[in-house]
Design a protein around this ligand. Structure first.
Ligand code: ADP
Ligand code: MG
Length: 391
């Protein structure tokens, strides 16, 4: 047996120590006898060392922190971290790249999410980011990590959903990776698209007085999740109980089978409207408006009575004793497009049933206000999905 092989994981964890002390990563072999515990263990054991909890930092600050020293080596990296996609290519036709990771128990619960739907949705969440740049989605790669709890038939079902999404949105599955996991299922999809340089829309282009517009309606996907969670609890208490989902079909469909808004990109092009900024709504309206404001260095006023809500959202909020505005602001997973347009484009979009003008941008950098039905102004903070919260 080659005992050096056993030591390899130790080298890996000790890499930061060596890097600091020896300034030469090729010095590993010489110094291996100094290793008595792993870097990670020593970090966790040292109770006096200051440590920052990831949940205190939050997802967005963490991303900023980890990527702030990223160096751009290539001129054709037009946009790196910070938008819905990276934009690559110093040419008239640019490439868009985006990636998303879905983890069982964090992003989906297989006790009520059918695998075919999961496959479909995993593709949608990526395509949505391509459309949020006003682009065309063309290819995806799919990587999965799967435990031996899953039989072949389960993965066939997952891929049925992936193929269905690819066929409906005319996207080619061109690769990926397959590996095992100790527990559960992980799916990581990367989508590749293209956009004409002069049509690419970033998060940072909004100006004060631009109108804030959203496609479709908001809050349904979150309520669909609440309905499914409730049914799961009913099932746990009584596996023979009847499931009464008829009143919630729209909500459940929005949760289990979202559609990325490829049609909105075409519609905007047909109407000859190029948004000044755009983002897709994955984390909730408030979080996404704040992103647009932060990046565009504007503020925003949203009018509560203009937020589009489906009738099932209104009736279910009443039944669940929830505030529909809060759900629309913080719910997430709607995968609608949120964008700003110049005031002069208002006549082109005002009569379109796909669009609701819900507010306008202001000069109060970073400040988002909700003008309530009663005319009060309330400052909006992001309470959307925080991937790193302790809950
Ligand atoms: P979205 O909700 O549109 O998928 P995210 O909030 O996940 O966007 O990510 C925001 C930006 O941060 C994107 O540009 C994304 O590529 C980048 N990003 C997210 N996580 C990381 C990471 N771990 N390392 C580098 N970049 C990241
Ligand atoms: Mg996005």
């Amino acid at each position: 047996m080659n005992y050096l092989l056993l030591l390899q994981p130790v080298y890996f964890f000790c890499y930061p120590i060596f890097w600091k002390n020896k300034e030469d990563i090729f010095g590993f072999a010489k110094h291996k006898n100094q290793i008595d515990k792993t870097y990670l263990c020593s970090m966790l054991e040292n109770k006096n060392q200051a440590k920052t909890s990831l949940s205190d930092l939050g997802e967005f600050k963490l991303i900023d922190h980890l990527t702030k020293h990223a160096v751009k080596h290539h001129k054709d990296t037009v946009k790196g971290v910070g938008d819905d996609c990276a934009v690559i290519g110093d040419t008239d036709l640019q490439t868009l790249v985006t990636t998303d990771l879905l983890i069982e128990g964090v992003h989906f619960d297989l006790s009520y999410v059918p695998l075919k739907h999961l496959g479909y949705k995993a593709v949608m969440v990526n395509l949505s980011d391509i459309y949020a740049m006003n682009g065309r989605a063309k290819q995806i790669t799919v990587s999965i990590a799967v435990s031996n709890r899953f039989p072949l038939e389960a993965l066939e079902e997952l891929y049925e959903g992936i193929h269905l999404a690819c066929n409906s949105y005319k996207v080619d599955l061109v690769g990926g990776d397959t590996t095992s996991s100790t527990k559960g299922l992980l799916i990581s999809i990367t989508a590749i698209g293209e956009v004409n340089k002069d049509q690419c829309v970033y998060r940072n282009g909004a100006k004060a007085n631009d109108l804030l517009v959203v496609s479709g309606d908001l809050g349904a996907a979150y309520l669909g999740l609440q309905v499914l969670e409730r049914e799961k609890q009913v099932f746990q208490v009584n596996p023979n109980a009847e499931h009464e989902l008829d009143a919630y079909t729209y909500l459940v469909e929005r949760q289990l089978k979202p559609e990325a808004r490829k049609d909105v990109v075409k519609l905007l092009s047909d109407l000859e409207v190029k948004p000044t900024s755009m983002i897709d709504i994955s984390d909730g309206l408030s979080s996404e408006v704040l992103h647009l404001c932060k990046q565009s260095k504007t503020g925003c006023q949203i009018y509560e009575d203009k937020i589009p809500l489906d009738q099932q959202v209104i009736s279910t909020c009443e039944e669940f004793n929830m505030d529909s505005t809060t759900i629309a602001l913080s719910g997430g997973e709607d995968y609608e497009l949120l964008f700003t347009v110049k005031q002069e484009d208002f006549p082109k979009i005002k009569a379109n049933p796909n669009f609701s003008v819900i507010g306008h941008m202001t000069e109060d950098t970073g400040i988002v206000e909700l003008v309530t039905r009663g005319g009060q102004r309330v400052t909006v903070t992001a309470q959307g999905w925080n991937a790193l919260s302790d809950d």
